[in-house]
Write a protein that binds this ligand. Structure first.
Ligand SMILES: [Mg+2]
Length: 195
C-alpha cells in the first residue's frame, strides 16, 4: 500500500533547532522552547505578524547552520526501513519548493532509497494560489495511510480522504488536544501495526 509521511517533527526535528536560532538571532525578551508551541502557527506563539514569521522561517531555512543540523528522530531510520520493505512510502511536506534541493539532499543522506518521492505543498509562501492541501496529494497517490504531527493536516486528510487511515504522530504541545480525534502514535520506538 501507499503511505504518506510528513517530514518535520515526524522524520526529523524542527522546533528544537528553530527555537535556539530564533533566540540567538532575534533576542526575544523571554527565550522560546518547543514546549511553548501550543500551536504550530508560529506567528501566534512568537507574537509576530505572519509576514514577519515567514521572513524569520526563510532566514532560518536558508542561512542558519542550525537548520542544517537536522538529523533523524530516534528510531526513524529503522522504522522507515521496516515500512519500506512492504509499502510504497512518500514524503508529503508543507515545506516550500525554495528549499527543495536541501530537503531532497537531507532525505537522500539519511533515508536514501526508502521513499518513492517527496511532495511539497508550498503552504507557507504567502501566495495562496501556489498552496496545495495534503489531502489532494494523498488522493493523487492513493495513500492508504497518512502520518503527520499536525492536527490541521490530519483533520484535512480525515475529512477529505475517507478511506485513508490517519495517524497523528508524536506527543507534542501543539497536538495533544487533537489526540482523541485520531489514531495516535507517540514515537518511532513503538510502531503501530501496518499490515
Ligand atoms: Mg510536521
Amino acid at each position: 500500500m501507499s503511505v504518506g509521511v510528513d517530514l518535520d517533527e515526524v522524520l526529523v526535528p524542527y522546533l528544537s533547532l528553530f527555537c535556539p536560532f530564533y533566540n540567538e538571532t532575534y533576542h526575544p525578551e523571554r527565550p522560546f522552547t518547543p514546549e511553548d508551541f501550543f500551536s504550530y502557527r508560529y506567528a501566534d506563539v512568537l507574537g509576530i505578524s505572519p509576514d514577519e514569521c515567514r521572513e524569520v522561517v526563510r532566514v532560518f531555512e536558508r542561512d542558519s547552520a542550525r537548520f542544517r543540523e537536522q538529523r533523524p528522530l530516534p528510531g526513524a531510520v529503522e522504522g522507515v526501513k521496516a515500512l519500506a520493505r512492504s509499502h510504497r512510502l512518500y514524503v508529503i511536506t508543507s515545506r516550500t519548493r525554495e528549499i527543495e534541493v536541501s530537503t531532497r539532499a537531507l532525505l537522500e543522506r539519511y533515508f536514501g532509497g526508502l521513499f518513492e518521492d517527496v511532495f511539497f505543498t508550498d503552504q507557507h509562501t504567502g501566495d495562496a494560489s501556489r498552496a496545495k492541501l495534503k489531502s489532494s496529494i494523498c488522493r493523487q497517490l492513493g495513500c492508504s495511510v497518512f502520518i503527520d504531527d499536525s492536527p490541521y493536516h490530519c483533520a484535512d486528510v480525515a475529512q477529505s480522504c475517507g478511506d485513508t487511515r490517519v495517524i497523528l504522530f508524536g506527543s507534542y504541545p501543539w497536538n495533544w488536544h487533537a489526540r482523541p480525534c485520531h489514531e495516535s502514535w507517540s514515537s518511532w520506538r513503538n510502531m503501530p501495526d501496518f499490515d
